[in-house]
Design a binder for this molecule. Structure first.
Ligand code: CA
Length: 227
């Protein structure tokens, strides 16, 4: 894989660089946000390791600019120093695909990057999906709810894409985790966080939440407003 490391901590950056290079990857590195963003836009990478606390431009800002302004969808693994739900939600909202809390094992970084890479190459569907007031266009990455455009982070989009394929059916949590995150082990917190963001975005756009929690089982997508 071609991997970009954006990290200002010299020893972490060097460890990552050496480990991933030794594993046969083509690695590039930047020690500040501005250089990192330029590299991420100018060169094709298969995955990016992005620290949040960076000089120049922090990782959150960088990720958001990469996604929104540059329209680059290279998978991003965010490194966070604090393990709080707020940090994770913010990271996912800015378009990060996965996160890892410091300190981490180098082997785990590589495993996560491989999983992200595999997933980003696995998209196949192309027809417009419809459930009640909700439409999802997998090709244009466009979601509309009751006529209003819904802006979703990549993983929230995948989550909705999985459920809209079979409206009304109850999807088990494990099934959704597999559909969105592949076979890597995610914590239930990750699914919960993304489901929360997805439901909030849909509620804002369509004035009701079409996702129903089925206690003890999972989630279902409703095709009409709950009465
Ligand atoms: Ca840092």
């Amino acid at each position: 894989m071609r991997i970009l490391i954006i990290e200002d901590d010299r020893s972490i950056a060097t460890n990552l660089y050496d480990f991933l290079s030794a594993g046969g990857h083509a690695v590039d590195a930047a020690a500040d946000g501005v250089t990192g963003l330029h590299l991420a836009i100018a060169q094709p990478f298969d995955a990016i390791v992005l620290d949040i606390g960076l000089p120049g431009m922090d990782g959150m800002k960088l990720c958001s600019r990469l996604r929104v302004e540059a329209q680059v969808d290279t998978p991003v693994l965010m490194l966070t120093a604090r393990d709080t739900l707020q940090d994770k939600l913010r990271g996912f909202e800015q378009g990060a695909d996965d996160y890892l809390v410091k300190p981490f094992a180098l082997k785990e970084v590589e495993a996560r990057l491989r999983a992200l890479y595999k997933r980003s190459n696995g998209r196949v569907t192309s027809k417009l999906l419809v459930a009640g007031d909700l439409t999802l266009d997998p090709r244009m990455l466009d979601v509309r709810f009751a006529g209003a455009a819904v802006k979703l982070a990549p993983k929230c989009f995948r989550l909705l894409e999985a459920m809209i394929a079979d409206p009304g059916r109850v999807f088990a949590r494990a099934e959704l985790e597999r559909a969105v995150w592949g076979d890597t082990q995610e914590t239930s917190d990750t699914l919960r966080s993304h489901m929360h963001l997805l439901r909030r975005a849909l509620l804002d756009a369509g004035h009701y939440d079409p996702v129903q929690t089925v206690h003890g089982l999972g989630y279902r997508l409703l095709t009409r407003a709950p009465t």
